[in-house]
Design a protein around this ligand. Structure first.
Ligand SMILES: [Zn+2]
Length: 239
């Protein structure tokens, strides 16, 4: 699992040209400077917007290519929401109604939400009842960073991977949970290793509802996303 993340942008590029840009180099100096600015803004200025700034920083600082290609606004029944990142194949056909813009835009197949100040219950509720409602996204990744009260990187990090194909016997969504920080949810020290906390995304999930004649690019299947890299990035790039 040494090369366990793939960067590609299903929104902006043709799927057939899915790139495999390796972002393992983590943050550049410029990126780190930008993140420092976020933290300054967050911690030291009078304009205190912790959630937006932290979450923007944390999404952008993960070296998971899968988290890096931007967000997409959606609007449904008057309650528009924006994910921290979302992925929709460009070939996914428009819908007649009830799309992500309230009319004919198809829903993304994968959404990523990162919560810092937002509660776990709140963000999971948003994912389960909005993004993953019937006919919308297929998969979702939720990352919860436990808030901290000093200028250090969060140590407790939890992720959940939802796939709408994975359900309990009663039919409820049944996400897989990963603890990938340095401290678990009980406060015990942990030291997850490379390859130990890996989210696998099936290509059929990413390319859900593409036309039958569309040829899915030769990406790994499933695509592994090693949370070890996400932890490293969060610890080292948010300074
Ligand atoms: Zn799925």
């Amino acid at each position: 699992m040494t090369d366990s993340f793939i960067s590609w942008n299903m929104t902006d590029s043709q799927n057939t040209a899915a790139t495999s840009q390796n972002t393992q180099g983590l943050c550049t100096d410029a990126e780190i400077d930008k993140l420092k600015k976020y933290r300054n803004y967050w911690w030291k200025t009078g304009n205190y917007h912790p959630k937006a700034k932290w979450e923007e920083a944390s999404v952008k600082s993960t070296n998971l290519g899968i988290l890096s290609s931007g967000s997409m606004s959606t609007k449904s029944r008057g309650s528009g929401k924006e994910a921290d990142a979302s992925y929709i194949p460009v070939v996914k056909p428009q819908v007649n109604n009830g799309g992500s813009d309230g009319s004919n835009q198809p829903w993304p197949n994968l959404v990523v939400e990162v919560a810092y100040s937002e509660t776990e219950a709140n963000i999971k509720n948003k994912v389960e009842n909005y993004w993953l409602a019937t006919g919308r996204a297929h998969d979702a990744i939720v990352i919860k960073l436990k808030p901290i009260d000093s200028a250090t990187a969060p140590s407790c990090m939890t992720a959940w991977h939802y796939c709408t194909n994975v359900r309990t016997a009663a039919g409820a969504l049944n996400p897989t949970m990963y603890e990938f920080g340095t401290v678990d949810r009980q406060g015990n020290l942990i030291n997850p290793q490379l390859g130990q906390n890996v989210i696998y995304i099936q290509l059929n999930c990413l390319y859900h509802e593409v036309p039958a004649n569309f040829v899915i690019p030769p990406l790994p299947n499933p695509i592994p996303i090693d949370l070890f890299h996400a932890r490293f990035a969060i610890e080292h790039c948010i300074v």
